[in-house]
Design a protein around this ligand. Sequence first.
Ligand code: SF4
Length: 199
Amino acid sequence: MAESYVINEWFYSLQGEGIRAGTANLFLRFSGCNETCKLETHGFDCDTEFVSGRRLSAEEILAELRETAPNCNWIILTGGEPALQIDDHLIAVLKGAGYNLAIETNGSIELPEGLDWITVSPKVAEHAVRQRTANEVKYVRGYGQGIPKSSVEAPYKLLSPASAGSEIDSRALAWCVQLVRENPEWRLSCQQHKYWNVR
Ligand code: SF4
């Protein structure tokens, strides 16, 4: 199948993190990632299942999203690492249908044009970050990790406390609060969906 994409899942929920927190969005989760985030190397363990998936065309994705939430016009492209798969064709099909496109990426791959809201959450060394502009840049911080020296230019700089399973790690939270007090150009961004009991 030409121009098809391996999709882990899609669902309709509220964005729990970042500047757009609280807004309703369709989440389109792509399979596959080019990183392996682990406590020892990244300060947290990846808690996302991104191995399974179904191969769909752009038109099939559009039909599934329309059926899932006919009234919602925002899609969050996430993963895994969505930049491994998104391309001009998928963006054109979804934008042509009237959707606004947000993306959550680890920043290791430069993004195509046409996205409406870019969240870069670097999981690689700064010299390896390829997407260097964003609407917001977000770093997960475990207890004791310092303020990042970000290579990404973004109007909003966010610190997200590492999770302990489905819960926020209270030590990481207190640590991030302290970091923001000492560095007020940064903001706290918690995974509020975990408190709201939504996905
Ligand atoms: S970049 Fe994201 S999806 Fe990929 S391993 Fe790290 S936390 Fe998991």
